[in-house]
Design a protein around this ligand. Structure first.
Ligand code: HAM
Length: 421
């Protein structure tokens, strides 16, 4: 009896050939963009103390309430696979005393993140994010910079149907007063609310704007809006951000009902979506979090950032995100007489190493194919040149012209390198 095959956990993806290459291309694009804007790469661990996310992301968020992969390690510490990157980057900023560096401190990151969410197209339990965080400046120019970077990244990947929504949540003080007003409004309409919204009237009333229920949505049309309750300084900050976006010709809509799923935001929040995606249309999002560093034990430090999901960027790019690169090896090394003798195998191995050293992508025939089959295989994978080894002899075959000529290894490699320019 054969053993049952084990499958990948639900909500995870194996990245095979072209998918892995597509991921890598997005990473490379993002790396170049961030480097040109003066962002330094940071990599933090895939797991952190659970407390970091409880304090950082917020107790009453979906992420902390039900989406974290939390476990105890051998010493009984509570650890959590990172569901997002901002809290870990803030932790590292504090831990490494980065506030002593000249401001703004600009960092970018890339890697896998984990959320126990209902898996569907565009929503996974392990997904990749690329993100950027900038610390130490409350200037609205930094808000505009981060928004522009997200939009530029999406445009460079040729995403279509893009829509940028922005809003301001004000400072925590103005938000606290507004939350009371909104809680009172929701309490006055309690009987119209489903249990999950009712349960959050006091802890997180803003999430009511996010409810999918059409009756709640209709009710929220009449709810008081935070955007109308901003302090003069917050309104001024928001106006300055909009002025910069207008001046740069970046299209956006102000969406007073924009809700982000994380609690740390202050002032500007933004989300970029694509009409080419289904229900999970959010490609990336972010905002200011001027109090988070302090909440995590650091000095008061204004900050702003965003993250974009790689799978969603690629889904929205569709065919345009597919690999256009030539992944075929330039050289295939085969044997004239089928399975090689040991001296032929040695020569093939040496030639392969020399080819790689010369920057020529090469593969050796390792499946015992006859020459005819090896040539057919080379054709199928799109190889241009085949080196045929027969005893001491070496023959170079051009798969396009079918021309063959005997030559020495050095000459063969030189000829291929020349042709590739
Ligand atoms: P977020 O909106 O939770 O923000 O996630 C950012 C992006 O990650 C989303 O727009 C989406 O593309 C992708 N994403 C999130 N969850 C999933 C999932 N389950 N499957 C696939 N993709 C997903 C944050 O994470 C904040 N840390 C962003 C930020 C940085 N704010 C300030 N700085």
């Amino acid at each position: 009896m054969s053993a049952t095959a084990i499958r990948a956990p639900r909500g995870t993806l194996d990245l095979l050939g072209p998918a892995a290459a597509a991921h890598e291309r997005v990473r490379a694009r993002a790396a170049a963009l961030f480097a040109s804007a003066g962002y330094e790469q940071i990599e933090t661990p895939a797991f952190e103390a659970t407390e970091l996310f409880v304090r950082g992301v917020g107790q009453a968020t979906d992420i902390v309430e039900k989406e974290m992969y939390t476990f105890e390690d051998g010493s009984g510490r509570s650890l959590t696979l990172r569901p997002e990157g901002t809290a870990p980057v803030c932790r590292a900023y504090i831990e490494h005393g980065m506030h002593k560096r000249p401001a703004p401190v600009k960092l970018w990151y890339w890697g896998p993140f984990f959320r126990y969410e209902r898996a569907q197209s565009g929503r996974y339990r392990q997904f990749f994010q690329v993100g950027a965080e900038a610390f130490g400046s409350a200037d609205p120019g930094l808000d505009a910079e981060l928004i522009a970077l997200l939009v530029t990244l999406a445009q460079e990947l040729d995403l279509r149907g893009l829509k940028l929504r922005i809003a301001s949540l004000g400072t925590s003080e103005s938000r606290a007063a507004y939350r009371q007003e909104l809680s009172a409004f929701l309490r006055a309409h309690q009987e119209e609310l489903p249990p999950e919204v009712r349960a959050r009237i006091d802890t997180n009333p803003l999430r009511a704007f996010d409810a999918k229920d059409s009756r709640v949505a209709a009710l929220m049309e009449r709810a008081p809006l935070l955007l109308d309750r901003l302090s003069a300084q917050d309104a001024e900050h928001f106006a300055a951000v909009r002025e910069l976006l207008d001046g740069a010709g970046i299209d956006y809509v102000v969406d007073p009902r924009l809700v982000r799923g994380l609690d740390y935001y202050t002032r500007t929040v933004f989300e970029l979506s694509s009409s080419e995606l289904g229900a999970q249309s959010g490609v990336g999002g972010g905002g200011r979090y001027d109090r988070l560093i302090e909440q995590l034990g650091g000095p008061p430090t204004p900050a702003i950032g965003f993250a974009a999901g790689i799978e969603r960027l690629l889904l929205a790019a569709g065919e345009r995100g597919a690999s256009a690169e030539d992944r075929a090896p330039a050289l295939y090394i085969a044997f004239a007489g089928g399975p090689p003798r040991s001296d032929e195998r040695l020569r093939a191995f040496a030639l392969w190493r020399e080819a790689l050293a010369a920057g020529i992508a090469a593969q050796v025939e390792l499946c015992g194919r006859t020459l005819k089959r090896a040539l057919a295989h080379a054709d199928r994978i799109g190889v241009r040149h085949v080196a045929i080894i027969e005893g001491e002899e070496l023959v170079l075959r051009d798969m396009r012209t079918r021309a063959q000529r005997a030559c020495a290894a050095a000459e063969l490699l030189y000829a291929i390198a020349q042709e590739r320019g």
